[in-house]
Design a protein around this ligand. Structure first.
Ligand SMILES: Cc1cc2nc3c(=O)[nH]c(=O)nc-3n(C[C@H](O)[C@H](O)[C@H](O)COP(=O)(O)OP(=O)(O)OC[C@H]3O[C@@H](n4cnc5c(N)ncnc54)[C@H](O)[C@@H]3O)c2cc1C
Length: 429
């Protein structure tokens, strides 16, 4: 049987491994370790905030190795998951179909989305457990004609215990993450090697022959007949560039900024994250307890139970890049203008709830939806394969997205990875 190497086990990697196993002998090379949820008591850590020990968001990895944090020169905090399940383990479970820009270039993923709906439970079952403040915010958005929609979530949310720990790895196992696809692939014979970062793809005479991966003395060559790069929007461009393949300086990250206030009795920290969404041109709005700001932003030194926060998630301009040593990502003037529109909108919503404008404060600018550095164009609509890549080398993750979504990308990434896997089976199995 031919050998396939899948690099990464997040949304795209786990999907590809599951789809390709049995047609190929699949090996998944995953840089991080098996995922472990964050097990510390949040109220204990809340107490520790006063000690001044939490001064840099990058410290999170000491307590929670699955969360990787980097910063741009402009102090934007960039977040991604590292380990089995990739960033899906620290996601909030939102399931939105976001393929508008793919449709524009002639890509129809209807079949793939149909398959997903049969494989991942998706519902708004969390809605019946919303707390009073969330229900009030929802009504305010309706009154303002903002058309708020309960957020569809991946998982069995009728069993959600509203602990508010979605981004720390759901302690109840309610939230779906890509480890479920990964386990399925492994159960059918795929090999998973964790703690094995891929450094580069070896290309000889125009063909990818394998990858160089591993740490220190354990670094070695893994041969393959086909390679699927799914190391995420930050990881994939680095591997490609290390392998002599140029990427486009079109990095997007979907920046997030929260507008917050003290609002006694809100208990937003004990509720499902992002219970509803409001879609606007260039950004979306959603209630969100922002733990990064809560722990590391001095303006947020209030008890968690009293904090109320609404996020703006921006569809940023596709400009920027990442290499092994550096990330360059700046907000453009247009990005700043749209972000300000979002802040104004959130201010209006929170003031209607009864909060005074002078009591509002902002969170830390952060971002966790990277992609765009090897974008699909109309030319690749049929093949999902760029001419500049060796014939047996594919990309299947967020790196392929042509534009920022300003919205949760997991479902769309899974759909793309399914299509790529289908094409690989058709062309190469
Ligand atoms: C806090 C947070 C909440 C989010 N919530 C949602 C949500 O509710 N809904 C939604 O749709 N999206 C959400 N997202 C975004 C979503 O999780 C990611 O966009 C998505 O998981 C990206 O999928 P991917 O396959 O491209 O990459 P990832 O899921 O990031 O997977 C990449 C994998 O590659 C591995 N890797 C990296 N480099 C290497 C290497 N050199 N060698 C081997 N392996 C490597 C990584 O360890 C990782 O396992 C959230 C993101 C964050 C940060």
């Amino acid at each position: 049987m031919k050998k396939a190497i899948v690099i990464g086990s997040g949304a795209a990697g786990a999907t590809a491994a599951r789809a390709l196993q049995e047609k190929f002998a699949v090996t998944v090379l995953e840089a991080g370790q098996p995922f472990r949820p964050f097990n510390y008591s949040l109220s204990w850590l809340e107490g520790l905030r006063k000690s001044g020990l939490f001064f840099d968001e990058r410290e999170i990895r000491w307590l929670f190795p699955a969360m990787q944090i980097r910063k741009t020169d402009e102090k934007m905090v960039l977040v991604n998951g590292i380990g089995t399940g990739g960033t899906t383990t620290i996601a909030t479970g939102n399931a939105l179909r976001m393929d508008r820009d793919l449709k524009k270039i002639g890509i129809d993923l209807d079949d793939e989305f149909k398959q997903i709906s049969g494989e991942i439970p998706i519902s708004t079952a969390h809605q019946k457990h919303w707390k009073k403040t969330t229900r009030q915010l929802f009504s305010i958005c309706e009154e303002l004609d903002l058309n708020p929609q309960p957020t569809p979530k991946m998982g069995n949310y009728e069993h959600c215990k509203h602990c508010g720990k979605c981004i720390f790895g759901c302690p109840q196992g309610v939230k779906w993450d890509s480890r479920q696809f990964l386990q399925d692939a492994v159960g059918r014979g795929a090999k998973l090697i964790s703690g094995c970062p891929v450094e580069k793809i070896i290309i000889e005479k125009g063909r990818a022959t394998g990858v160089r991966a591993g740490k220190g003395f354990k670094r070695k060559f893994y041969g393959a007949d086909v390679i699927i790069v799914c190391a995420g929007g930050f990881g994939t461009p680095v591997i490609l560039q290390n392998s002599g393949i140029d990427c486009k300086a079109r990095l997007f990250v979907d920046p997030v900024l929260c507008v917050a206030a003290a609002w006694p009795g809100t208990y937003q920290n004990k509720e499902v994250a992002m219970p509803f969404v409001v879609q606007q041109d260039h950004f979306m709005i959603s209630p969100y307890f922002d733990y990064l700001s809560f722990f590391f932003n001095k303006d947020w030194r209030k008890p968690a139970r009293k904090l109320l926060s609404v996020m703006i998630k921006l569809a940023d301009t596709t400009v920027g890049g990442i290499t092994t040593d550096k990330i360059v990502k700046k907000l453009t003037d247009k990005d700043k203008e749209y972000l300000q529109q979002g802040v104004d909108r959130c201010t209006e919503i929170l003031m209607k709830l009864g909060i005074k404008k002078q009591n509002l404060f902002l969170g830390t600018l952060n971002a966790g939806h990277p992609g765009g550095m090897f974008p699909l164009t109309a030319k690749e609509a049929e093949t999902f394969h760029h001419d500049s890549l060796p014939e047996n080398l594919y990309i299947a993750d967020a790196t392929l997205l042509p534009e920022s979504l300003g919205n949760p990308p997991i479902l769309t990434i899974i759909a793309m990875a399914k299509r790529v896997s289908h094409l690989i089976k058709k062309n190469m199995a």
